[in-house]
Design a protein around this ligand. Sequence first.
Ligand SMILES: Nc1ncnc2c1ncn2[C@@H]1O[C@H](COP(=O)(O)OP(=O)(O)OP(=O)(O)O)[C@@H](O)[C@H]1O
Ligand SMILES: [Mg+2]
Length: 268
Amino acid sequence: MSTPNHTQGWPAAPLAPFGHFKDVRQSFGRGSGSPLVAIDNITFDVTQGSLVTLLGPSGCGKTTFLKIVGGLIPATSGTVQINGRNVTAPHEDFGVVFQQANLMPWRTMIDNVLFPMEILKLRDATAVSRARELLASVGLEGFENAYPSQLSGGMQQRVALCRALIHRPKLLLMDEPFGALDELTRMEMQDLLLDIRAKTNATVMFVTHSISEAVYISDIVAVFSKRPAVIADFIKVELPYPRSAEMRYLPEFTELEHRAGRALGITR
Ligand SMILES: Nc1ncnc2c1ncn2[C@@H]1O[C@H](COP(=O)(O)OP(=O)(O)OP(=O)(O)O)[C@@H](O)[C@H]1O
Ligand SMILES: [Mg+2]
């Protein structure tokens, strides 16, 4: 099976299939009124190890789609497959990061990171040393025994990322994980995510409102239309890895941002 090499340019084809979404539709009942169709016929495939962003306007159904992929809610209809299996419930191969870090305030950083291992009954000395390594890899060495209230928002989000990665998930689902961070921290976190992805080869599905964030981190930008969401454009980003801040000023980068803007209907 060939796998992408994210440290050396665009990965060589062919890539292994990983996520398969076909005619995924979600409607929500509204009491006596007609149902609200949040997403309508979303169809695309994701290859193993790729980073796909879901970019779209507020309320278009991005979180709903991510929840469906994570098995947190069932789709009204359509096919949702990860790694060849239909997704019907949350799976331990998945890790999830939300916009807020949602750390447990009474637990230290390392105990927050280890929480999934406790749920899986896998907390042992190896897990503890992996948690330490993960915290060190995101620049939090020495903060293992600090509590969430003693850390900044960016630091807390790094801990949330470690918590999502502790059980080595094959799929990382991220719902606007950097949305609450300041611009500079956000850029650092984007590089950190790309670093982690290169090391783990996890497949990442990442929700964002930010066109520049989407272009910077992605292999593919799936642009969602306004609700009911369909795929308005599916943009392959062929900028080489490792990505660097200078690339944000390249004409190719701006052209990709422009294309995403057109798909969103905000530029012509
Ligand atoms: N459990 C639910 N019951 C009823 N309606 C829901 C439910 N969850 C989401 N919706 C509706 O589905 C639509 C899509 O919501 P969703 O949270 O997926 O949007 P989003 O694209 O993530 O928006 P944002 O960018 O603001 O986070 C919205 O109109 C929302 O009101
Ligand atoms: Mg959302």
